[in-house]
Design a protein around this ligand. Sequence first.
Ligand code: ACO
Length: 435
Amino acid sequence: MATPSTAQPETTGAVLEYQGKTLALPVVTGTEAESAVDIQALRAKTGLITLDPGFGNSGSCRSAITFIDGDQGILRYRGYDIAELAEKSTFLEVAWLLINGELPTRDQLSEFVNEITHHSLLHENFRNFYNALPKDAHPMPVCMSAVATLAAFYQQPESDEVTRENVVRLIAKMPTIAAWTYKHLIGQPFVYPRNDFDYSANFLHMMFATPAETYRVDPVLAKAIDQMFILHADHEQNCSTSTVRVVGSSRANVFASISAGIGALWGPLHGGANQQVIEMLERIDAEGGDVQRFVDRAKDKKDNSRLMGFGHRVYKNYDPRAALCKRTCNEVLNKLGMNNRLLEIAMKLEDIALHDEYFISHKLYPNVDFYSGIIFKALGIPIQAFTVMFTIGRLPGWIAHFLEMRKDPDTRIARPRQIYTGATQRSYVPLEARR
Ligand code: ACO
């Protein structure tokens, strides 16, 4: 497994002046010339900490996995452009790349694919796990719990080899967990994986086949799903990936750490946004299709609504995944011969927002979730399960970061500090004396 790049401190640094004293702080530069002030000595030397809610200015680690330039709309995994990978690669090849740092050779890829293919079954006791859940259980807590439960099935003490095996298990079983979660939701029998299908075709098979009739996996749709997984495979230190790193920094195992990441991804401001996009489009449709009114509400500070699927913490010009996703979206809808009303509303919304002064000045553009929701809806995936698609895609990225964090000699248990704003010391008031 690859180790993080060791960017060296530059000779010139930054200087902090505080209470008449100066402190020289080294500046660290990465391979793409991004620079950071290294403040590791700050508290010891000055008693100060930094305050950066949402971590918008804070680097938490050095990482050699993914490079993003939000202003230029660049996304690269291990140096390879996302558009090239989405066009030429497969999801499992990209997973190998993220985890190992290099594209696999033919032999490495075939061995990896073979391993993944032969670890896709869940232990039969998992049937009881699903049966214990309410019929309408939301797929995200189900996936979170299922991944955490894998830790109960694979309890060997941690070693490099055990972690490697667990990584294979996770990637292999995630589509089965996701598909069985869906089957549980709709009350259909679980469908077992088939080793003669590739990763994404097998996933569609487990999702949509039933014992009652033959289900033919459409290669165009399988390819679209595979591309969607590639587009979601990593996005450097986002909320869920940082969660995986934070949890893993306590030496929690890979299953527990990834399960926590799934919890973070569930949030509507993160992976939950693709579900919210469709709900928003349905709401606009139900209210008569007045797109302009909805855009006006999203701009109104007194109104809480936002245009879901618009805006990004990092991309301020365009989201390169959104452009690719839009193309896949058109291919899928053409293939399925769909002229979807929601898509019409989405296109109108996109058009109005892209020409609206508020969205232009706030640098708000459609993000990947804007189109992915439409693709998943067209494929027949229920909206509660959208974020599960994202989960399968993001898994290799989480794993790569977990492994990188564990190998990084700078890793310490994550433990931010705070500025306390509560009451200062006071005496305990007995219950009878409280008003
Ligand atoms: N609609 C309307 N206004 C918006 C939107 C939006 N979608 N997003 C941001 N704004 C406005 C805010 O009101 C704020 O305005 P102000 O400066 O006038 O007060 C300004 O833009 C900055 O917004 P922040 O929330 O501070 O930006 P931040 O970088 O923290 O948030 C986020 C980014 C969470 C993605 C935000 O744009 C948002 O909520 N988008 C909708 C949810 C969404 O699509 N999430 C998916 C993200 S992609 C992913 O996770 C794969």
